[in-house]
Design a protein around this ligand. Structure first.
Ligand SMILES: Nc1ncnc2c1ncn2[C@@H]1O[C@H](COP(=O)(O)OP(=O)(O)OP(=O)(O)O)[C@@H](O)[C@H]1O
Length: 318
């Protein structure tokens, strides 16, 4: 990895004290394969924007739209998609097999493709090429899960529960549990837009984990909440892992990954850099992040940060 590749945005939060998530490290009891990701490529198409190198170094291909005459550009300036079509190659040829009983962490710096990979596995984003083969029903549990802020917590529990495949009877049976787990009390009868961000994150987590999916995908859900909620979430996840099978967890907190996962996938610039036991992969990842931070701070000290570089560029163009 070169110095310039290291000049990316890093957000490695060690936000958990290990005692937040006490308990033995998870041990995988491996069963049958439940998920096969085969040479997966995901490409986002961005319309009307100017292509640029994004954080995390995702590969952006500029100007994939054909060059147009001045007249055409003038005419099309009233249309919705103005300018070039750019492509962001967010996931690049990732392959792996996940088995029943595994708890798999996905790490990588900002913009490396973790969430995209997770969304592709749940079928929210179609592959550009390659494939995702799933035995069972993956459910994505994330703080960004799409609930409706203008509706009450109660209505969102119903919508979310039904969307996760629960029957009306099951939603009714689990309703009180969800409210209790989220610890929102009578706020459940108020619109979600009146909630604090912690309250809505807790409710999202509680709704998503009310079902017991075959594959549970968690995107940063544990990054919110106090120590007690984190401990409750860990217990709930352990339960899901025991009953259901496979868990994927995206988190910037390596200590959370350590406490929850038996295996780690490290994604960088959309590619799978390492796939192996938690301790082994995290050791390399932490070393990478430290080197990365050092490279960034020396670059800043030497005045070659992004702002300084842009000044240098504008001077050159003067
Ligand atoms: N809807 C989208 N349209 C265009 N580009 C996108 C879209 N979503 C993500 N990207 C780009 O794809 C790349 C991977 O993004 P992704 O969100 O998967 O990374 P990540 O590792 O989850 O990042 P973070 O840790 O910051 O959440 C980034 O360059 C991002 O800018």
């Amino acid at each position: 990895m070169t110095e310039s590749e290291l000049d990316l945005d890093v957000d490695l939060e060690e936000d958990f004290e290990p005692e937040d998530l006490e308990g033995p490290s998870p041990v995988a009891t491996l069963g049958d394969p439940v998920l096969v990701v085969d040479d997966l490529n995901i490409v986002y198409r961005v319309f009307g924007g100017k292509a640029k190198q994004v954080a995390g170094g995702a590969n952006v291909k500029e100007g994939t739209a054909p060059r147009r005459s001045f007249l055409r550009r003038l005419v099309s300036s009233t249309s919705q998609h103005v300018g070039a079509v750019s492509e962001v190659h967010a996931v690049r040829g990732i392959s792996f097999v996940a088995r029943h009983g595994e708890s798999i962490g996905i790490v990588g710096i900002n913009g490396s493709g973790k969430s995209t990979l997770l969304r592709a596995i749940t079928g929210l984003i179609p592959p550009h090429s390659g494939g995702v083969y799933v035995a069972g029903d993956p459910a994505l549990l994330g703080v960004n899960a799409a609930l409706m802020p203008q509706l009450t917590g109660e209505k969102n529990i119903w919508i979310g529960g039904l969307a996760l495949g629960l029957t009306p009877k099951q939603v009714e049976e689990r309703f009180d549990d969800v409210v209790e787990f989220a610890d929102i009390g009578d706020f459940v009868y108020l619109p979600m837009k009146t909630y604090s961000s912690g309250m809505s994150a807790r409710l999202r987590f509680a709704i998503s984990s009310a079902a017991t999916p075959d594959i549970l995908m968690i995107d940063e859900a544990l990054a919110t909440g106090d120590a007690a909620f984190k401990a409750r979430s860990k217990a709930r996840i352990d339960e899901v892992r025991k009953n259901a099978g496979t868990i994927f967890l995206v988190s910037h907190s390596t200590s959370t990954i350590e406490a929850m996962c038996t295996r780690v996938l490290w994604v960088h610039q959309g590619q799978l850099v390492m796939d192996g036991p938690t301790g082994e992969v995290l050791e390399h990842y932490r070393t990478f992040v430290r080197a990365h931070r050092q490279a960034r701070s020396s670059a800043r000290a030497g005045g070659v940060g992004p702002r300084a570089r842009s000044k240098q560029r504008s001077k050159k163009s003067d």
